[in-house]
Design a protein around this ligand. Structure first.
Ligand SMILES: *Cc1c(COP(=O)(O)O)cnc(C)c1O
Length: 483
């Protein structure tokens, strides 16, 4: 049983001590994992009390590890949205592939330096390999590249910076970027951080399939040019967060090529469906984008903390981010060997590539492809069954694994429908076998803001039995929304 360390160098764990600690962790983790499917999909009762329990001074002395684990597993972890649960169909599910934890353990204990190539060539090269795999999924050629970061928001930020550098250079006055109503809010954040005030961002309306309207885009770009402004970038969606919409990527690529604009595709949610045939078809044209943001912690099921930026020309990242310093070793200048610090914002960074490389070698790409294909099937069958329920209108069809709907009982007044749908949603969530979320959006069928319920199937643990529960709980909620 691991004890607090009383010897003279308490931080210098030996192999046997580490093994004991990992084993104590596993004593809690293994049963937790085995009962995950039976756990509620969310449980926030007592949030404030739990949070208060962790508002405490820094401990001067260590305590037995099992006590530390007990506080985590008995208090902090249970009071949460259960983002790893198969019943979590809310926001964008984060499955949390356990094999990634093995990679993190190895990466953290060995603590190799991967900010540049020289100190850990094998680990950096395997990460370059991971990026090359992703580039080939996106249909990019040999001069492409990219890096892994902490998430899609950072990838989007770096894309805006790369686009700004490539299209505007040092003088960014009058620069304007374009996106759609469906864009994730990280794009607006990225624009501001990259030096563009809110007035420099145009939000273009979407059509009845929630795709950016190209005519409106063309008109806005022309007006801005005529006004002496400098359009430089279009951000397209490949799986929008509210409804999973995929913009007409090939059409936007044509337009951007004609206009000399940088095309960035935010594929943080939808990108890894490229592993499947249906995903390839849905995202056709992505290979012509200048940059693509992906989130392995969504579509590749990883635990949180891994995003990815790909660029068609690696040189565009070097141009935006490379810096020299006298105390640093000389940079890698060739195509094969990359210094990640020359390509992005970070210098010191974890060996992130291992989080993807190890699970792919352990399970094989086919395991991920099959899981993603299953999610596409589940979303389609769920949408078909939801549509058949009384009063349901599908507002956004499942282009990938996400759809949105609204319950509109014919006898109900239009003004009451939003409140009714919020009640239906609350009623479904009350059972805790599932967690769903909603959003308001401008409904193309009605031309007004409405509240819709979303279903996003993206956890590798979600199977057909949860869709059965969805139909059961939703039918019950429609019949009796007050319960
Ligand atoms: C999740 C998401 C983001 C933000 O990614 P984070 O990893 O949460 O930073 C950006 N765009 C889209 C479309 C997303 O779904």
């Amino acid at each position: 049983m691991p004890r607090p360390f009383r010897h003279s160098a308490p931080l210098e764990l030996g192999g046997a001590e580490l093994r004991d600690l990992v084993s104590a962790c596993m004593d809690r983790l293994a049963p937790w994992l085995d009962e995950l499917k039976e756990q509620p999909a969310h449980s926030l009762d007592g949030s404030h009390k739990v949070a208060r329990g962790f508002d405490e001074p820094m401990p001067e002395h260590g305590v037995p590890f099992r006590r530390v684990l007990a506080r985590l597993f008995d208090r902090a972890i249970p009071v949460s949205l259960n983002t790893a649960s198969p019943g979590y169909l809310a926001y964008l599910p984060g499955g949390g592939l356990p094999s990634t934890a093995l990679a993190d353990l190895i990466a953290d204990v060995t603590n190799r330096y991967t900010g540049i190539w020289m100190p850990a060539p094998g680990l950096v090269q395997l990460e370059i390999s991971v990026i090359r795999w992703f580039c080939s999924l996106a249909g990019y050629g040999p001069s492409s590249g990219g890096w892994l970061c902490s998430g899609g928001s950072i990838a989007n930020l770096a894309a805006v910076v790369a686009a700004r550098e490539a299209k505007l250079g040092e003088d960014i006055d009058g620069g304007v970027l374009y996106t759609s109503e469906g864009a994730h809010h990280s794009i607006a954040k990225a624009a501001r951080v990259a030096g563009f005030p809110r007035r420099a961002m145009r939000v273009v309306p979407v059509d009845e399939s929630f795709r950016l309207k190209r005519d409106d885009l063309a008109r806005t770009v022309a007006e801005d040019r005529a006004a002496g402004l400098r359009p430089f970038m279009v951000v397209a969606q490949a799986g929008s967060t509210p409804v999973g919409a995929v913009d007409d990527l090939a059409g936007l690529a044509d337009f951007c090529a004609d206009m000399g604009l940088w095309l960035h595709v935010d594929a943080a949610y939808g990108g890894f469906f490229l592993l499947t045939e249906r995903g390839q078809a849905a995202l056709a044209g992505i290979e012509r984008a200048d940059s693509v943001a992906l989130d392995p912690h969504k579509g590749l099921f990883l635990p949180y903390g891994t995003g990815c930026l790909l660029v068609k020309e690696l040189a565009t990242l070097r141009a935006a981010f490379a810096e020299k310093a006298a105390y640093m070793p000389p940079s890698q200048e060739d195509e094969e060997h990359w210094d990640f610090s020359d390509l992005g914002l970070e210098l010191s960074r974890p060996a992130r590539g291992l989080r993807i490389w190890l699970p792919l070698w352990l399970h094989g790409a086919s395991a991920f492809r099959d899981a993603l294909d299953e999610k596409l099937d589940l979303a389609r069958s769920a949408a078909a069954r939801v549509r058949a329920l009384p009063g349901v209108r599908i507002v956004a069809e499942p282009e990938l694994s996400l759809f949105a709907f609204r319950v509109e009982p014919p006898e109900m007044k239009a003004a009451e429908l939003d409140a009714f749908n919020r009640r239906v949603l609350a009623r479904i969530n009350q059972r805790k076998r599932l967690m769903l979320t909603g959003t308001t959006l401008r409904d193309p069928a009605l031309g007004e803001e409405v509240f819709v319920i979303r279903v996003c199937v993206l956890c590798f643990r979600t199977h057909a039995d949860r869709i059965d529960m969805l139909i059961e709980d939703l039918s019950g909620a429609i019949a009796d929304p007050r319960g």
